[in-house]
Design a protein around this ligand. Structure first.
Ligand code: S3P
Length: 444
């Protein structure tokens, strides 16, 4: 099904069957990027096929790395940190915050200048969080200033890397992108780097880099130590099996929980606990879920999730649970819209600076479909309809794949037909519509 135009989403009969989702976007970025830093050939299977992962692949190629992608299979010929070459032109990070922030940390230690840019959405995202600590370590990082936002910088970023010194740093925000950038800089620095987060963000980087032999440890308090002194600077090449993306799966799971009579199974999906808060939220809402761990892929737990439609009740999503479900809040907002009672989403100020202002976008899209939403500075409150929303109209994704998919799954239970511009969905889940159609959804 072509995804370049619009989807027409209608109220659907039961969704049934077994499906899988494309590879985890976060882990795919890391497999490509860390693969480039190894001393051999990294073969990865199950690579995510969205635009974000392709942005990381093409940026690495521009830095002199041989990256070949064939469907879900990737082959990266590692060049090590020292083998990266200055790019001939600015690197286009597209819509991908992970690409720009991880590359910023990597390039902070390389002895050349690089410009990193992106699309209209990425160009509005704040980069001071990475610039500040990287400057403290010794890199030159400049960005675009904006009137009324003193001290903040935005892409394009210009980075001139150099000799770095390790730092002890308390991250102002729990962010895996920031943490990973500083770990990559720390691996190239003189002396140890010790990082503390105000909450525990997803730990894919720590798991994968340790498997590849990087000198990283995490203590009982969650502090991360990078100790490069005495390390030969080489990551060991390995085969990497990337599990399916739980963020993509959550849209299908919420669709199955809310379309009456549905029962689906999603196979081979990543279940990393620092990432799987959405499943805990859905369980707290009374969802009929069964989760079976079936294996482990390079330190990442993998399994299958079965979801059966039924009544959901409102809940509260805040604190560490909110952090562990940060990317799934849009899908969870649909579950909240169709539940009995109120759901409070709090401690989610970070959602305002994702691919769109997701708090404003969700309030707008749920409101358009006839769901009561109260917007707050750090979240929103949804009054569940305990039934079908009126729906109808056209979703405005604002360059945000997850807002487009939210509008689509809400459309599956809505009385009136919903139009969803589909182009942004390519960012993370190009097979979204065909997977839903395969399960029985009414989407043209
Ligand atoms: C990601 C980290 C999260 C997440 C993003 C992917 C990653 O962002 O929202 O979609 O792959 O490291 P932050 O680390 O900025 O919270």
């Amino acid at each position: 099904m072509p995804m370049s135009t619009s989807l027409q989403v209608r109220r659907s009969g039961p969704l049934r069957g077994t499906c899988s989702v494309p590879g985890d976007k976060s882990i795919s970025h890391r497999a490509l990027l860390f693969g480039a830093l190894t001393d051999g050939v990294v073969e990865a299977t199950g690579l995510g096929r969205g635009g974000d992962n392709l942005s990381t692949a093409s940026a690495l190629r521009a830095l002199g790395v041989d990256v070949q992608i064939d469907g879900g299979d990737a082959r990266v010929r590692g060049v090590g940190f020292a083998g990266l070459r200055a790019a001939a032109a600015a690197l286009d990070c597209g819509n991908s915050g992970t690409t720009i922030r991880l590359l910023a940390g990597l390039l902070a230690g390389r002895p050349f200048a690089t410009e990193l840019r992106g699309d209209a959405s990425l160009t509005r995202r704040p980069m001071r969080r990475v610039a500040e600590p990287l400057r403290k370590m010794g890199a030159t990082v400049e960005g675009r200033a904006e009137p009324g936002r003193p001290g903040e910088i935005f892409p394009p970023l210009r980075i001139r890397g150099g000799a770095l010194t390790g730092i002890r740093y308390d991250l102002p925000v729990a962010s895996a992108q920031l943490k990973t950038a500083l770990i990559l800089a720390g691996l190239q620095a003189r002396g140890p780097t010790v990082l503390r987060e105000p909450g525990r963000s997803r730990d894919h980087t720590e798991r994968m880099l340790r498997s590849l032999g990087a000198p990283i440890s995490v203590d009982a308090t969650g502090a991360i130590a990078v100790e490069p002194d005495g390390w030969d600077g080489r990551l060991r090449a390995a085969r990497i099996a990337i599990p399916g993306d739980l963020s993509s799966a959550t849209f299908l799971i919420v669709a199955a929980l809310t379309v009456p009579g549905s029962e689906i199974t999603v196979e081979n999906v990543g279940l990393n606990p620092t990432r799987a808060g959405a499943l805990d939220v859905l369980r707290a809402m009374g969802a009929d879920l069964s989760i079976e761990e079936t294996g482990d892929a390079m330190g990442e737990p993998v399994g299958r999730v079965r979801a059966r439609a039924g009544r959901l009740r409102g809940t509260r999503v805040d604190g560490e649970l909110a952090l562990r479900a940060i990317d799934e809040i849009p899908a969870l907002a649909v579950a909240a819209a169709l539940a009995d009672g109120e759901t409070v989403f709090a401690d989610l100020a970070e959602l305002r600076i994702k691919e769109s202002d997701r708090i404003a976008a969700l309030a707008r899209e749920l409101g358009r479909a006839g769901v009561g939403v109260e917007e707050r500075p750090d979240g929103f409150v949804v009054t569940g309809l305990a039934g079908r929303p009126p729906g109808g109209g056209t979703v405005v994704p604002e360059h945000d794949h997850r807002i487009a998919m939210t509008g689509a799954i809400l459309g599956l239970t809505s009385a009136d037909e919903t139009t969803v511009p589909a182009a942004d969905i390519l960012t993370s889940f190009p097979t979204f519509a065909e997977t839903l159609v395969g399960l029985g959804a009414s989407i043209d």
